[in-house]
Design a protein around this ligand. Structure first.
Ligand code: SF4
Length: 122
């Protein structure tokens, strides 16, 4: 099983504590978080993924946060030295995000205009 993960969700999972767009969305986030803790193979994307499918903003593949989310994806991929479409273990990706973005204080530079930004501080 390979999970489809858009790149900026590599940051979101680090901070997720149960808040989200809807009950269905947060349930899916918890379920995905549990699956990712088993370190599966993931494909990194800059488009809708296995998290977005349960988001109320995503209607039939069209998302109201598409452009902003794509910008976050592009920046995360660039800082991690990766390209969309690459496949790797989840924990290897998580480590790259931590070392290249979170631990060096780049999270707000990338997604400071996200509506959840206030929740995503250590
Ligand atoms: S601010 Fe938004 S995009 Fe950034 S990590 Fe938090 S939920 Fe994800």
């Amino acid at each position: 099983m390979i999970y489809r993960i858009r790149a900026h969700h590599g940051m979101c999972f680090s901070f997720f504590k149960g808040k989200g767009y809807s009950g269905e969305f947060t349930e899916n986030m918890w379920a995905m978080k549990e699956k990712l803790q088993k370190d599966p193979q993931v494909i990194l994307l800059k488009e809708t993924d296995d998290v977005c499918v349960r988001c109320p903003n995503n209607q039939g593949g069209k998302s109201t946060c598409l452009e902003k989310a794509k910008r976050y994806d592009r920046q995360v991929l660039a800082y991690c030295g990766l390209e969309a479409g690459v496949e790797m273990r989840w924990k290897d990706f998580e480590k790259l995000v931590r070392e290249n973005i979170l631990d060096v204080g780049r999270r707000e530079e990338i997604c400071g205009d996200c509506e959840w930004s206030g929740l995503c501080r250590d």
